[in-house]
Design a protein around this ligand. Sequence first.
Ligand code: HBI
Length: 96
Amino acid sequence: MVERLSDAERAAFFRDHPNWKPVEGRDAAEATFRFGSFAEAFSFMTRIALYAEKADHHPEWFNVYDRVEVTLATHDAGGLSQRDVAMASVIDAAAA
Ligand code: HBI
């Protein structure tokens, strides 16, 4: 059973991951990434998709052209978990 982050862990996550902001009214985190083209945006999504499959943890995301909006939450935990912390770091590195 995957646990939800504690209040302290949640605060540390948002402090350490400035790309990510809390979602209004939901225990989730969101970030938006802009790329140089649709091809670069989709390449990013492909890399994250492969990680998601390996991690069995999947983002909620929206893409239009060069922009990718990502929301992370652990459905099985009903909110943010360490799986989202790990995925946010992978996503930040892939978008850098
Ligand atoms: N992805 N974000 C997210 N949250 C989950 O709870 C989750 C998932 N991907 C796969 C997954 N859970 C499976 O473990 C369950 O559907 C069985």
